[in-house]
Structures are given as structure tokens and as C-alpha cells.
Design a protein. Structure first.
Length: 568
């Protein structure tokens, strides 16, 4: 692990070169287009939990507001009652706050604008720029044409304003069935941009909405609601992902027809991460089909999953800063995200001893029944973290992997007649071992050198290896959940002929029911983070109780990103 990486705070404050969005804002500020104001928004649809891609968008939008001393709204884009729920609204607020951002009183809902949006749709009809189409969705789709062939005009396109106003109102009042009518913009069926070929603006949905209840039988489409909501809120720069680039002409067309304040839409590439999927629909599938244990399963790329996994908000913000904003889609190596959390935890996580695959070691020349308290350093990277006491005795647990019956030369841990240092304690020499009928090693015997105590070693012995251990008499039995990647493929959703779930890693969760930890961990609380020496970073799961402590593996110690970065 590199201690030389820039500190997180420095990293956050660093003056990296401006990205294309900032350059664009600078330009608008220069021309005075928005009076020098910068007002962004983060507009989630409350139809699922937020994921790391959203975190990037949050950091970007709130970050720009901070940088330019502007504002960032939290707006729930809740125009589809079928998939949206209050549970999601609450989780989204919780996640944005946890990431470290504050929207003050700028919390809005597109559904708050339903009356205004309805009035604006009437205005569009009155201007002769929208009409009610009685055709089915299939008929409309069949007339759309192709990118190279123009579409066909609807037979209902030239209805009178009065008829359109009347029909639209009756749609609202619930007189017609779902799918039987739709309000469309009257733009250009021959436009080379398919989104401009008389797109739908309102559809009938006889569903209760999580905020407006049964008031509405019609709901605005995203394209109609989004830009107008931006305008209503005085947004200056409406930042969205690349797939909306082709919607920009429509975004501008609608605002140009109806409102005076016209925000600038700017697109950037969405974040894709290797070895995971990043769409709420797919994540919902994993939850509903019990491939994971809920939205906050530590294997999920959701913010709640990352939190439960032990990620810090700062590590996620640093990650977002590091990847920057791009104009072209790509896949970011998940190793970079893992690097960001290691870098942060290396500085802030206290070191503790934990034995995950225990093997008993008896120190035969150590007095029976005796305990001594040794001194251990909490964090070598942070002196202010202090020291703690570590009980030591005649019987300890070591990790099974730290003993070999017939070790090769370069193996510096324990083997018959070999010496090793027990961290913060003594040097011991293996004098024998026991096996069960199946040939499994069940116990190691060793002798210690009393004069080799750490910090006051006068033994003159030289050993190459140091291993961790936990006193048997004081060990805390814990459940440790070891996590691996949820998918075995770099791009599980990128296979046309195969479902992404075929790439689920069957071994992504291994539950160790009997791990032994040092007793100080009984005082740990959910959310606390530690480094188990030589193993990895672990955090306390919300399921933790003192009767049954539960820890989650956040990330192992091996930093593959640092290696890649060095090579490159
Ligand atoms: P998903 O496809 O995962 O369901 P979405 O785009 O439908 O995501 P929204 O709730 O509409 O989710 O997104 C809220 C904001 O977050 C939008 O501005 C969207 O562009 C942004 N966003 C969503 N996914 C990503 C991503 N992977 N990278 C960056 N920004 C994203
Ligand atoms: Mg969306």
C-alpha cells in the first residue's frame, strides 16, 4: 500500500484542469447568459435505490454548485406512478446526505408541477403545437419511420385546437382507457431526429401516485416534464448522461415554445463499472429474485450496499473526482474504486487481530493459566490513534495458512522446527503438531523465547516472518462475511445473447461462522471499520450484537490498481 498517495482532503481540493462542463459554464458566465449564476440539480426517479453511477452524478452536480458558489436542487423525477414509491424517496435522501451533500430547502418533486405542466400542455395545444392522437401505441410506432425514412403523419394530426383541448381535458378526467389516446407534440414527422417526430407528451395511466394520489389520470412523459421542471426551478445547467444527447433538440424545442427561462442541457458519459451491472431495473431483478439479500447487500453497487460493505463517503467522492467526466462511454475498472477505499481506510482504520481460519497453537513452556497484557499499536499511519492492550496466553489461535507441514524454503511462517514472531508478542518455535484420523492438522505445539518479547527483545534471534494471532481464552467468536465480486464477467450486461444473471458468481458470499477476533472488538459498533492485520479491511455489519458479532469484508489488502498504475 502506498503511503505516498495524495491525502483525501488534498485530493478533493486539488485544482485539476477544468473539465468540458466547467469550460462550458465558464463560457456562459463570460457571456452573462445566466447572469453568472450556476444552478444544477440531481434528478433521480424514485424507482429504486441509488447506485455508484448516481453517486458520480451527485458529486458532479453538487460539486459544480460548490465550486461556482451556486446551488444544487434535489428533484425527484416522479412522473411514472407505476414504479415509484416513497421508500425509494427516503433511501435517496439518506444516500445523498450520507455522501456528504446538503440540498438545504431545495427539495422538489416533478409531481408538484403537475398543475403547471398541465397548463403548459394546454398552452402548447392552443399554439397549434400539440394534438391528441387516438391511435394505439403500435400504430404510432409503425408510423415512426426509420432513421433513413421519414415517418407518416397521424390522421389525427390536424384536429382543431378546440377539439384537442376538449379531448385532453377528458383524458385528464378519466373518460378514456389507458392506451386509447395520447397527447403528442406536433413537430416534424420527417425530422432526421426520431425524437422530433411528434413525440408523446402525456399518456393515460389510471394509477395512484405516491404523492398526488388519485388526482391524475394522465401523467407527463419524461421529455415534457424534465426540461420544464428545470425551467420552473431556474436551473442553469441541466447535466445528464449521454443517451439524452439525442433528446436535446426536443428539450430545447419544448422550452422554446413555452417558457422564457431556458436551461442549457449538457451531456456526459455515464459511469460503467467492470464486474457489475448499473441499471436500477437489473438491480431490482437481483433483489426481487433473491440473488442478493436486498438493495443494501454488500455485493450490490448501490450506495446503501457500498455503505454496508464499509465504503466511506470520502472514498466514493475521491473515486468520482478521479474518474472525472468524459464525453464517451467506457467501463471503469472496479479496481480503481477498491483502490480509493484502501487508500482512505489505510489512514483511518485501526488495526486489529482476527483469525478467520483458526488453528490452535499451544505454547508448551508458557505457564498454564497465566495471561499477560501486551501493547499493540492501533494505526501505524496515524500516531494519534494510540495503543491498546492485547491479552496473550498459553493457547492462541493462528491462521491455518500460517503453518505448513512441509514448507518450501521461501515460506517464512511456521513449520516443524521453524521460528516465527507472533506480532506484538514473542518469537516461537514449532516443536510438533497433532492430526486427526483424516490427516487434518488439529493443533500445533511450540515453545516461546521469554527474552524475545516485542519492544524489549534481547534474544538475538533473527526471524523473517511475523504472524497474527488471538488468545484462545479471550477470543471473541464472530461471523465474518467474505465477499467476492457479484459477477464473474467484466461486462455481464454486455452480452446480447445471454442474460446478465448467467454471469452471477456462485461464490460471491462465503460466511465464516467461527472466526476468532481479539476482545477489543466486542466494543465495536455497526459501521466501525478495521483492518484485520494481514487480511483486509472489515466493517461491523448492522446485524452485529455482542452475542453474535458480525463483520463484513470491505476489501482485501492487495491493491491490484496500484500495481496496474505502477506498470503503466
Ligand atoms: P438507471 O438506468 O440505473 O435506472 P437512470 O438514469 O434511469 O438510471 P435516474 O434516477 O433517472 O436513473 O437518474 C438520476 C440521475 O443520475 C440522472 O441525471 C442520470 O443521468 C444520472 N445517472 C444515472 N445513472 C448514471 C451513471 N451510471 N453514471 C452517471 N450518472 C448516472
Ligand atoms: Mg431514468
Amino acid at each position: 500500500m502506498s503511503g505516498k498517495a495524495p491525502s483525501a482532503t488534498k485530493q478533493e481540493a486539488s485544482k485539476s484542469p477544468k473539465n468540458f462542463i466547467e469550460l462550458r459554464i465558464d463560457e456562459d458566465n463570460k457571456t452573462g447568459r445566466f447572469g453568472g449564476e450556476v444552478h444544477t440539480r440531481f434528478p433521480p426517479e424514485p424507482n429504486g435505490y441509488l447506485h455508484i453511477g448516481h453517486a458520480k452524478s451527485i458529486c458532479l452536480n453538487f460539486g459544480l454548485a460548490q465550486k461556482y458558489k451556486g446551488k444544487c436542487n434535489l428533484r425527484f423525477d416522479d412522473t411514472n406512478p407505476v414504479t415509484e414509491e416513497d421508500e425509494y424517496v427516503q433511501s435517496i435522501k439518506n444516500d445523498v446526505r450520507w455522501l456528504g451533500f446538503d440540498w438545504g430547502d431545495s427539495e422538489f418533486f416533478a409531481s408538484d408541477y403537475f398543475d403547471q405542466l398541465y397548463a403548459l400542455a394546454q398552452k402548447l395545444i392552443k399554439a397549434g403545437k400539440a394534438y391528441v392522437d387516438d391511435q394505439s401505441a403500435d400504430e404510432v410506432a409503425a408510423q415512426k419511420g426509420t432513421p433513413t425514412e421519414p415517418g407518416k403523419e397521424s390522421p389525427f394530426r390536424n384536429r382543431s385546437v378546440e377539439e384537442n383541448l376538449d379531448l385532453f381535458q377528458r383524458m385528464r378526467d378519466g373518460e378514456f382507457n389507458e392506451g386509447s389516446k395520447v397527447l403528442r407534440a406536433k413537430i416534424d414527422m420527417a425530422s432526421p431526429n426520431m425524437h422530433m417526430r411528434d413525440p408523446a407528451l402525456y399518456r393515460i395511466k389510471k394509477k395512484a401516485h405516491h404523492r398526488t394520489g388519485d388526482k391524475w389520470n394522465i401523467y407527463p412523459m419524461y421529455d415534457f416534464a424534465h426540461g420544464l421542471s428545470d425551467s420552473i426551478e431556474g436551473i442553469t445547467h441541466s447535466i445528464c448522461t449521454l443517451e439524452f444527447e439525442v433528446h436535446r433538440p426536443l428539450y430545447e424545442w419544448i422550452n422554446n415554445q413555452l417558457v422564457d427561462h431556458r436551461p442549457q442541457q449538457i451531456e456526459f458519459a455515464r459511469l460503467n463499472l467492470s464486474y457489475t451491472v448499473m441499471s436500477k431495473r437489473k438491480l431490482l431483478e437481483l433483489v426481487q429474485q433473491n440473488h442478493v439479500n436486498g438493495w443494501d447487500d454488500p455485493r450490490m453497487p448501490t450506495i446503501s450496499g457500498l455503505r454496508r460493505r464499509g465504503y466511506t463517503p470520502r472514498s466514493i467522492r475521491n473515486f468520482a473526482e478521479r474518474i472525472g467526466v468524459a464525453k464517451r462511454d467506457g467501463i471503469i475498472d472496479v479496481a480503481l474504486l477498491e483502490h480509493s477505499i484502501r487508500e482512505d481506510l489505510n489512514k483511518v482504520a485501526n488495526r486489529v487481530m482476527g483469525v478467520l481460519d483458526p488453528l490452535k497453537l499451544v505454547i508448551t513452556n508458557y505457564p498454564e493459566g497465566e495471561t499477560e497484557n501486551l501493547t499493540a499499536i492501533n494505526n501505524p499511519e496515524d500516531e494519534s490513534a494510540g495503543k491498546r492492550e492485547l491479552p496473550f496466553g498459553r493457547e492462541i489461535y493462528i491462521d491455518r495458512a500460517d503453518f505448513m507441514e512441509d514448507p518450501p524454503k521461501k515460506y517464512f511462517r511456521l513449520g516443524p522446527d521453524r521460528l516465527v514472531r507472533l506480532k506484538y508478542a514473542y518469537i516461537v518455535k514449532c516443536t510438533g503438531y497433532e492430526k486427526d484420523d483424516n490427516g487434518n492438522i488439529t493443533e500445533i505445539h511450540a515453545e516461546y523465547y521469554p527474552e524475545s518479547k516485542s519492544g524489549q527483545d534481547t534474544s538475538g534471534l533473527k526471524v523473517k516472518g511475523t504472524i497474527h494471532w488471538v488468545s484462545v481464552a479471550h477470543a471473541v467468536k464472530a461471523e465474518v462475511r467474505q465477499y467476492d465480486r457479484l459477477f464473474m464477467d467484466e461486462d455481464p450486461a454486455g452480452h446480447k445473447e445471454k442474460d446478465f444473471k448467467e454471469f452471477l458468481n456462485p461464490d460471491s458470499l462465503e460466511v465464516i461462522e467461527k472466526a476468532y477476533l481479539e476482545p477489543s472488538l466486542l466494543k465495536a459498533r455497526p459501521g466501525d471499520r478495521f483492518q484485520f492485520e494481514r487480511k483486509g479491511y472489515y466493517c461491523v455489519d448492522p446485524d452485529f450484537t455482542t452475542e453474535k458479532p458480525v463483520f463484513n469484508l470491505t476489501v482485501t489488502l492487495r491493491d491490484s490498481w496500484a500495481k496496474i498504475a505502477k506498470k503503466g
